[in-house]
Write a protein that binds this ligand. Structure first.
Ligand SMILES: Cc1cc2nc3c(=O)[nH]c(=O)nc-3n(C[C@H](O)[C@H](O)[C@H](O)COP(=O)(O)OP(=O)(O)OC[C@H]3O[C@@H](n4cnc5c(N)ncnc54)[C@H](O)[C@@H]3O)c2cc1C
Length: 365
């Protein structure tokens, strides 16, 4: 017995965009989401988070986010927008549903072990996001004395004890958190690479407008521009951090190599004590629950071409650089979804033909 033609795992922006296109094509599907509400992955992020993409680049197909297009939404605006999107297009999302294991029967359907029982599907799209499992470097084992938190668990300055704060990692989250804390704390930012800054707007237009205008934002990884763009390190959007560093309100240190007790040792062998450390050191993929061969590499990364895996009927959506820079951004996920939809329809037609002719649960393997 197959419960669904298509199941999407994850009801974030990537999953619901995929859902939007399937709905438009009248393909039956369901989205399974572990959180209580659509948008919760944004709600759970730190309180002061403001998107670096303006509303015009923070909207999904078919529904512009309300408000001035050039303004930057808060994380809660984004969360509420995603929830309203699902309502507007009547996209079926089954919340509070955790997929603990995904497997596939030989010549049969996909089997999803969930907290609500077993679900079977002919096709599965994994949309669980690139930011699931926090990464903290393995250099802090000896330390129990300093308050430490990963940026994914940090919510606001009130929870951080003390005056001297170390933020480790110079990505956009680290930059935003360091700027927020610099208002009334002594902030040190540890950065392992030379940081590039890009303004949020140039000539009253979002930097994303210009990246699109120069053909970079959505350039495919097989194009000359796409290849070049992929090699560039991610910039920090906005100039606030740059100004605070220049005015010595935030001190910059090199990479952290060890944390011993309260003492932090940096790459230049300098040592300092801090009251609190925020590890803004990114995320690692987390697909231990995918129990199908040839889908996840030994390094834990999805094996795919433009989101299509070697296993028929199994896809990814929302991966960083799945095909272009915008793949893991709100503005770009639609392009990857548009690419996958005809492949999913074609596969569904051939599966249904096979099922009708064999009267069983057969799937092409
Ligand atoms: C701090 C931060 C700031 C960002 N700012 C921007 C920005 O300004 N503009 C922009 O375009 N992008 C931004 N991004 C990037 C990207 O848009 C977001 O990360 C976005 O949330 C990714 O959407 P997603 O649907 O791929 O993943 P998620 O939003 O993470 O959604 C995945 C969903 O899958 C669910 N899930 C996971 N595992 C399971 C499971 N086993 N069973 C069931 N459900 C599961 C999760 O609960 C989650 O709801 C930012 C990212 C971060 C981390």
């Amino acid at each position: 017995m197959v419960n669904y033609e298509v199941v999407i795992i994850g009801g974030g922006q990537a999953g619901i965009t995929m859902g939007y296109y399937l709905k438009m094509k009248k393909i039956p599907f369901v989205i399974l989401e572990k959180n209580e509400r659509v948008g919760d992955s944004w709600r759970k992020r730190y309180h002061s988070l403001i998107l670096f993409t303006p509303r015009s680049y923070s909207s999904l197909p078919g529904l512009q986010m309300k408000g001035p297009v050039n303004e930057f939404p808060t994380k809660d605006d984004m969360a509420d927008y995603l929830e309203s999107y699902v309502k507007q297009f009547d996209i079926p999302v089954m919340c509070n549903t955790v997929i603990n294991q995904l497997s596939k029967q030989q010549n049969g359907p996909f089997v999803l072990e969930t907290n609500k029982g077993e679900i079977r599907a002919y096709q599965v799209i994994i949309a669980t996001g690139a930011f699931q499992k926090p990464f903290i470097p393995n250099i802090i084992e000896k330390n129990q004395d300093t308050f430490q938190v990963h940026s994914s668990e940090y919510s606001s300055p009130f929870e951080l004890p003390g005056k001297d704060i170390l933020v480790v990692g110079g990505g956009n989250s680290g930059a935003q958190i360091a700027v927020e804390l610099a208002k009334d704390r002594n902030v040190t930012l540890a950065i392992s690479h030379k940081v590039k800054f890009l303004p949020l707007t140039i000539a009253w237009k979002s930097i994303f407008h210009w990246l699109e205008a120069f053909g970079l934002l959505f350039a495919g990884i097989d194009s000359r521009k796409g290849k070049w763009f992929k090699k560039q390190s991610d910039p920090i959007f906005g100039k606030e951090l740059k100004a605070l560093i220049k005015n010595r309100k935030i001190r910059v240190n090199p990479r952290v190599i060890e944390v011993d007790g309260q003492e932090v040792i940096f790459e230049d062998n300098s040592k300092r004590k801090f009251d609190s450390i925020i590890w803004s050191t990114g995320f690692v993929p987390s697909y231990d629950w995918v129990n199908i061969r040839d889908v996840i590499s030994p390094e834990g990364k999805p094996i795919h071409t433009r989101g299509v895996t070697k296993v028929k009927g199994l896809y990814f959506i929302g991966l960083p650089w799945q095909y272009q820079r915008g793949s893991a951004l709100v503005c770009g996920v639609r392009l990857d979804a548009e690419y996958l939809v005809p492949i999913i329809i074609q596969m569904l037609i051939s599966i249904l033909r096979l099922v009708n002719s064999s009267q069983g649960n057969a799937c092409p393997s």
